[in-house]
Design a protein around this ligand. Structure first.
Ligand SMILES: Cc1cc2nc3c(=O)[nH]c(=O)nc-3n(C[C@H](O)[C@H](O)[C@H](O)COP(=O)(O)OP(=O)(O)OC[C@H]3O[C@@H](n4cnc5c(N)ncnc54)[C@H](O)[C@@H]3O)c2cc1C
Length: 432
């Protein structure tokens, strides 16, 4: 990093302008956002936030509130592209009071479970409120460590050729960065369409077709429901036992019940969560759905797998509108053979098989400590990784990822503010 310019060199009047920084008793103040000379914006930043989804916006807002001016980089040409492009039927599965980002609630007029467009409107308003203006259309290609003792510890390589060094890099690129699309035996012979759920918007292009949705996570279950509601003949392929819970029981959101159960001693919380599931959803094995041995809470904690939160799919399975088949054995020209030996014709195979965070792609020279789901174990690791922060990857936390993002964003902003920086931007945005 270039040496910090003196206030008199830059013409910027700071609280230290009258002091001589070269006198022995001069002690720079910890970074507070306005008392340092500006960095060269082409090559330096104090804090870079990668991603302008909910996590990136939440961290940026918490930093702005503490007087920082982070550089926010987003590869898409719009804010929160994930929510803008999710399927149209989507509503939050988590209640609005536990899905809001720090510093701004959802509007009072919003329903308990906010629809997709309401989430987009809220996040747009959130960015405006905190004056967050990401650089759009800029992809981070790599995050590389710099030689210790030579200024800022991290360097970020961008798709437009720039290399920007930074004291802090907040990785908010999402747990769902890369669609996971397994190779299916015989898929080259299949004459229909195979697509990932990321490309699904609504049922309209599938009118008159027979669609097989692979996977009964929250996305697969809701897309199958959407297709059926629009008259599309739909089946699900489910290869493993699942945990299914109702979104509300007797008017009470299951999200709130699971937060309460998670505070109990582990064995008791697990037992009650399993009991709750069995009493409210029951045995679905005669429909081809087998219940997981472990409780929903334990599966979330140990495997990072969220239970399927039912918003109507199970009723359609019970009344025979959606068939459930086991795992796929192979595809042929116009049909799919399942592991039970049955074979059925389909026009489209829709893979609701999840996503990967694909963090290793961003760190070609750094070994990250990732768990079995490929998520970082720590939000702000120390040692050789000091200065990196990972927000939005705690998929094991009960209560939903947005709730966890809100907490992590505040923690990270607090931690960054507590550390003196080697330079910084004057906050350009007025505090809200
Ligand atoms: C269908 C669906 C429904 C969900 N519903 C809920 C819910 O009801 N409640 C809940 O709590 N959670 C829910 N989640 C989980 C989670 O809250 C969301 O995925 C949320 O969008 C996560 O925010 P994020 O900012 O971490 O990730 P994202 O929204 O994915 O944002 C990451 C951003 O980083 C950008 N980016 C990635 N790589 C780069 C790069 N190299 N350079 C520059 N930019 C990059 C992306 O373009 C993106 O804009 C849901 C997830 C899905 C998929």
């Amino acid at each position: 990093m270039a040496p910090r310019a003196r206030a008199s060199d830059t013409g910027v009047q700071t609280p230290h302008a009258a002091m001589d920084p070269d006198t022995p008793d001069f002690q720079p103040e910890p970074f507070r956002g306005s008392n340092h000379a500006p960095l060269d914006p082409e090559t330096e930043a104090d804090i870079i936030v990668i991603g302008a989804g909910p996590a990136g916006l939440a961290v940026a807002a918490c930093l702005v509130q503490r007087g920082h001016c982070p550089l926010v980089l987003e590869q898409a040409r719009e804010l929160v592209p994930s929510w803008r492009h999710h399927y149209e039927r989507l509503h939050l599965h988590t209640v609005k009071t536990h899905s809001a980002l720090p510093g701004m609630a959802f509007p009072a007029s919003a329903p308990r479970y906010v629809p997709r467009q309401g989430v987009v409107d809220y996040l747009d308003a959130y960015a405006r409120r905190f004056g967050i203006e990401p650089e759009l259309g800029v992809q981070v290609l790599a995050i590389e460590p710099r030689q210790r003792g030579h200024g800022a510890p991290w360097q970020v390589a961008l798709s437009d050729g720039r290399q920007i060094s930074a004291n802090h890099v907040v990785v908010a690129t999402g747990a769902n960065r890369r669609p996971r699309a397994p190779q299916l035996p015989g898929q080259d012979a299949f004459e229909g369409r195979i697509l990932h759920s990321r490309s699904y918007r609504n049922a309209q292009p599938f009118a008159g077709q027979r669609v097989l949705v692979v996977g009964i996570g929250n996305t697969g279950a809701e897309i199958a429901l959407d297709l059926t509601e629009h008259g599309v003949r739909t089946a699900l392929s489910v290869r493993s036992p699942v945990n299914i819970v109702r979104r509300d029981v007797l008017g009470r959101p299951t999200q709130l019940s699971s937060l309460m159960l998670a505070r109990l001693p582990t064995a008791l919380g697990d037992a009650l969560a399993a009991l709750f599931r069995d009493l409210t959803v029951g045995d679905l094995s005669r429909y081809g759905l087998h219940t997981a041995q472990v409780s929903p809470l334990r599966q979330l904690r140990e495997e990072g797998r969220t239970p399927m939160i039912d918003v109507g799919t199970i009723a359609r399975i019970r009344n025979g509108e959606i068939q459930v088949y086991p795992g796929i054995q192979s595809l042929s020209a116009g049909s799919v053979r399942f592991t039970d030996g049955s074979e059925h014709p389909f026009d489209t195979v829709l893979l609701a098989t999840g996503y990967d965070a694909a963090l290793d792609e961003l760190f070609p020279y750094t070994r990250l400590a990732l768990d079995t789901r490929g998520m970082p174990g720590e939000v702000s690791p120390q040692g050789a990784l000091q200065g990196l922060h990972f927000v939005g990857f705690d998929v094991r936390e009960p209560g939903g990822l947005l709730r966890s993002i809100a907490g992590q964003a505040q923690d990270v902003a607090e931690r960054i503010s507590a550390q003196p920086a080697q330079g910084g931007h004057r906050a350009q945005h007025p505090h809200p």
